[in-house]
Design a protein around this ligand. Structure first.
Ligand code: FAD
Ligand code: NAI
Length: 500
């Protein structure tokens, strides 16, 4: 008992201290300045984006070494792995976001944050043009005020947008699951459909349509969302709207023969079995070709190799078919000859430098590398770039020292040796720890890797507990960790609510 009490007290003490430590701004933050303390010119480092890559860089960077400016239309970091849990209210959106300014005020050097979208990057003049383009619900705003900033070094971490592959009607009629406001839209639409259906007689086909949710894309985003939606129906709507819940149908459409392509085959089969057992209508070999206000039109591949067109009415449509390149990146392709063949993202060298440029680096989903576009990759790239920028600053400082005055041979040799050491940096090396996904019905799958060759696959309830533990530990701040645990406890005790 004594040990338990002592551990509990230590735990609470640690938590209290962490919260206090995270909430206080850094005292004596080094301000932006023209020169470093030694008199060298301080370089301007501009970072685009506030996602996994850019925030990982920012958190690991010694921000006193540069004048750091971060430009992003989203004034918070979003913990995307738990985003599929938000539309159903399993987790609250505010629990998985961390304001950029909370992060910047904890830096040891001043970091200026500008809430805007970079509209153009000009490598010739080393300038970024930016403006305010969207409100906080993602609606376009007509801002005529466009301005620019110059950089010595630029890090591009603008992520990707949802790929629609030009499928007609998707942009107009489908919801996405990429940003925080997307999850709010999905929730409102789902609850609106349920309330509208509630007004109609049971045999009305319009009622059936309204109660059908179609998720397009059997990647992890689509599967996790479908699983969460079905949990909501089974565990909560069945209690709050018992007459409607049995008629709510979640359909998952996938163009390929299998879902979750990046997982091991045994896990793919296990996930498909769990989806079927939980009444999710999984339709593989079904490629959506067109969408209108009430129907999805898809081509279904038959066993004999032929295709058949089907029409599927829906009330709520969520489109989750992977990534596409943002306009600011496709525009940059045209300005750097070495990027002329780039299509799916910026091409990089082994040090994450944009090919054909001396001062532009990039990371995360806006790049095209041999790695999958995941948070895990973007995070490790951010850590690597922080180290690279420490080295660059050191090299710069040593070169300045060498050029400053006439030094004796011994000092020059010493500085040269230091310079050689500082100039050496290993190329970026990604360490893959594996993949995790929630598949609904309180089950998850894990495809874990270590030492590049050993793998371990598991699925079920224990993997779900592991999934929860892993994701809480990965949350950005103690505040996020606490809030997510509180949300899960609230859901377990009181259930999810039906208010929008
Ligand atoms: P993002 O995190 O998308 O950040 C991009 C940033 O750039 C944003 O702040 C955005 O506002 C900003 N931006 C956009 N345009 C501009 C512009 N023009 N100028 C300036 N800033 C701009 N990966 C995993 O490894 N595990 C998971 O469990 C997982 N779950 C996911 C769940 C969902 C629902 C989604 C959508 C993705 C998930 N991912 C997961 C993938 C992961 O989120 C991405 O790979 C990761 O976010 C990429 O990081 P990033 O920094 O490149 O981009
Ligand atoms: P994805 O690219 O992984 O999957 C998209 C799926 O949509 C594919 O299976 C594709 O065949 C299908 N598709 C494409 N067009 C279609 C159409 N017209 N009709 C029907 N199906 C169509 O995309 P997702 O899930 O958005 O993931 C994006 C990235 O984020 C991936 O790299 C993924 O690994 C990562 N991610 C990881 C998660 C995790 O590890 N738990 C969770 C969510 C995303």
């Amino acid at each position: 008992w004594k040990a338990t009490w002592i551990s509990a007290l230590l735990g609470v003490g640690y938590l209290g201290y962490s919260i206090y430590d995270e909430s206080k701004p850094k005292a004596n933050q080094v301000k932006h300045s023209e020169l470093t303390p030694s008199g060298n010119k301080k370089k301007n480092l501009v970072i685009l984006g506030s996602g996994w890559g850019s925030i990982s860089l920012l958190k690991n960077l010694d921000t006193t070494l540069y004048n750091v400016t971060i430009i992003s239309p989203r004034n918070y970091f979003l913990f995307t792995p738990l985003l599929p849990s938000v539309p159903t209210g399993t987790v609250d959106l505010k629990s998985i976001v961390e304001p950029v300014r909370t992060i910047t005020r904890r830096s040891n050097g001043e970091v200026i944050y500008i809430e805007a979208e970079a509209t153009s990057i000009d490598p010739a003049t080393k300038t970024i043009t930016y403006k305010h383009t969207k409100d906080h619900e993602g609606n376009p705003v007509d801002s005529r005020f466009e301005t620019s900033i110059s950089y010595d070094y630029l890090v591009v971490g603008v992520g990707a947008k949802v790929g629609t592959f030009g499928t007609p009607g998707v942009d107009k009629h489908a919801c996405f699951l990429k940003e925080g406001y997307d999850s709010t839209k999905i929730r409102r639409k789902l609850l609106d459909c349920i309330e509208q259906a509630n007004l109609l007689p049971e045999d009305d086909p319009e009622r059936k349509r309204l109660l059908t949710t179609i998720v397009v894309g059997g990647g992890p985003t689509g599967v996790e969302l479908a699983g969460e939606l079905q949990d909501y129906v089974e565990q909560d709507l069945s209690r709050w709207v018992p007459t409607i819940a049995p008629q709510i149908k979640v359909t998952l459409l996938e163009a390929m023969p299998k879902i979750l392509a990046m997982f091991d085959k045994t896990l793919i089969d296990y996930a498909a079995q769990i989806l079927a057992e939980s009444n999710i209508d999984l339709q593989t070999n079904t490629m959506v070709k067109k969408v209108d206000e009430t129907n999805v039109y898809a081509s279904v591949k038959q066993a004999d190799g032929s295709s058949k067109m089907v029409t599927l009415p829906y009330g709520l449509l969520v489109w989750a078919t992977g990534n596409a390149t943002r306009e600011v990146i496709t525009d940059l392709f045209k300005k750097i000859p070495e990027q002329a063949n780039a299509r799916r993202g910026l091409l990089l060298d082994d040090y994450l430098k944009v090919q054909g440029s001396d001062d532009i680096y990039a990371l995360g989903d806006c790049t095209f590398t041999k790695y999958a576009p995941t948070a895990q990759v973007a995070h490790q790239e951010g850590v690597y770039l922080a180290e690279l920028f420490h080295n660059l600053a050191k090299v710069d400082e040593l070169k300045f020292e060498l050029s400053k005055s006439v030094l004796d041979t011994e000092k020059t040799n010493k500085l040269n040796r230091k310079l050689t050491r500082a100039s050496k940096l290993e190329p970026f090396k990604y360490v893959h720890f594996g993949a995790l996904a929630y598949i609904g019905s309180e089950k998850a799958i894990a495809d874990l890797t270590w030492k590049d060759w050993q793998t371990f696959q598991s699925g079920g309830l224990f993997t779900y507990i592991f999934w929860k533990t892993a994701y809480v530990s990965m949350c950005l701040s103690v505040r996020n960790k606490v809030l997510v645990c509180v949300d899960w406890s609230k859901t377990a005790i009181f259930g999810r609510d039906t208010s929008n």
